[in-house]
Design a protein around this ligand. Structure first.
Ligand SMILES: *Cc1c(COP(=O)(O)O)cnc(C)c1O
Length: 402
């Protein structure tokens, strides 16, 4: 066989893959300063509940422009703390988009509440604000907006609905740290906002999460919640020479260690350059994908800046002869680490087993989900990496078109 045939032949059919090694869809970018920050704490007196906790919180609050930031050990813990502090309890309903990570819905269940799924816009996969009011009942307490992929939701419209019905607005901004909506920073747009520092997210502390708000009472309660519901922490008691502590609420151990806070803080200093790197890669993708048939990027509205935790494309299933699962497998064989975000939450087996979910249907989410692919994006990607993704898409879609 001639060399050119081997290159055109899909790797999944035995051809030569576009890349030798898998390009992941996301990965952390750590530098020497990050490592030094962690090592310094490892050599200090406090591995957890030390000075870095408050320093990271203050730096984070300042960076998003709010009064309060409370650090916890995951984005999921941040969501749980948010549901706790806004008072979600047995039977309360919370409206959220059908397309999100499961944790956005699970946190409602942790508090005994009921997640109510709303459909999404097909061009952005964000919660469709026109589909919310019909879901509101006397039990509705809050809305959780999810900034899917890093694109902020329509916060003015969401705020209007919350004001009209007396609801609390929560933002799951695990994808959108560093993004803005009408020149206002994500983290300052809702009553309570949650972030994740998992390694694939915008900045990382290994595992970790943060809640931002402008309500000091909320912040105090969440700091207690992350420490078993105990009102003082170990270091405060050591400094005061006290032994007695009071547990006022039923809390959890959601504390983040000091060396992780040091890593998070070191990463936070680089947030503007991380966002810029992601936006530049996205721009290149935008230009390339405008010229490839059978696939198109999600829409970007013009009153926001996008954080690009994910770069998501939609397959045109009428143009190509294969389904998303086939395209996914073919791209993976080319060593392009594509992924899918997300199956509508209520379609997971756990939710399907719950009788409350039997009647849930979000037709746009179910239809558009079939077309979604998340493609590699992370700050240290080279131009060559971006080109490899595009070349692999062309190769696969050209062989699968009608
Ligand atoms: C990552 C993520 C979470 C959970 O964060 P963890 O830090 O992994 O617990 C919650 N919601 C969304 C939308 C996420 O992407």
């Amino acid at each position: 066989m001639k060399e050119s045939n081997l290159i055109n032949k899909l790797a999944i059919d035995g051809g030569i893959p576009v890349r030798d090694k898998m390009l992941p869809y996301g990965r952390q970018s750590l530098d020497k300063k990050d490592i030094e920050a962690v090592v310094n704490v490892l050599q200090s007196d406090w591995l957890t509940t030390g000075p870095k906790v408050g320093e990271f919180e203050a730096a984070f609050a300042d960076s998003v422009g709010v009064e309060e930031a409370v650090v916890v050990n995951s984005g999921t813990a941040a969501l749980h703390a948010a549901m706790y502090v806004i008072g979600i309890s047995s039977g309360d309903e919370v409206i959220l988009p059908a397309i999100t990570f499961v944790a956005t819905a699970n946190c409602v269940l942790y508090q005994g509440g009921i997640p109510i799924f709303a459909d999404v816009y097909p061009d952005t996969m964000l919660i469709d604000v026109t589909k919310i009011e019909s879901k509101i009942t006397s039990k509705t307490k809050a809305i959780i907006a999810v900034d899917y992929a890093g694109h902020p939701c329509d916060y003015d419209a969401l705020r209007d609905i919350c004001d009209k019905y007396g609801l609390i607005l929560v933002s799951d901004a695990c994808h959108s740290l560093g993004a803005t909506y009408k020149e206002r920073r994500v983290g300052s747009l809702a009553d309570v906002t949650t972030f994740s520092f998992h390694p694939v997210k915008i900045i990382t502390s290994g595992e970790g999460g943060m809640i931002t708000c402008s309500n000091p009472d909320y912040a105090r309660k969440m700091r207690t919640f992350r420490n078993h519901g105990i009102t003082t922490d170990h270091r405060q008691r050591a400094l005061e020479g006290a032994y007695l502590y009071n547990m006022e609420y039923l809390g959890f151990n959601y504390r983040l260690s000091d060396f992780q806070c040091a890593l998070g803080m070191s990463q936070l200093y680089k947030l503007p350059s991380i966002i810029l790197d992601r936006q530049l890669i996205a721009q290149k993708y935008d230009e390339y994908f405008a010229q490839i048939n059978g696939v198109s990027p999600l829409n970007l509205l013009n009153n926001v800046t996008h954080a690009y935790h994910l770069y998501v494309v939609k397959l045109d299933l009428e143009y190509i002869t294969m389904n998303r699962t086939d395209v996914f497998a073919a791209l993976r064989s080319e060593n392009i680490g594509v992924n899918v975000h997300y199956l509508p939450v209520y379609q997971h087996p756990f939710y399907q087993n719950n009788t409350l979910m039997l009647d849930v249907v979000c037709p746009i989410a179910e239809l558009e989900y079939q077309k979604l692919l998340s493609i590699p994006i992370f700050p240290s990607m080279s131009d060559k990496d971006v080109e490899d993704v595009v070349v692999a898409f062309k190769k696969v879609l050209d062989s699968y078109n009608n």
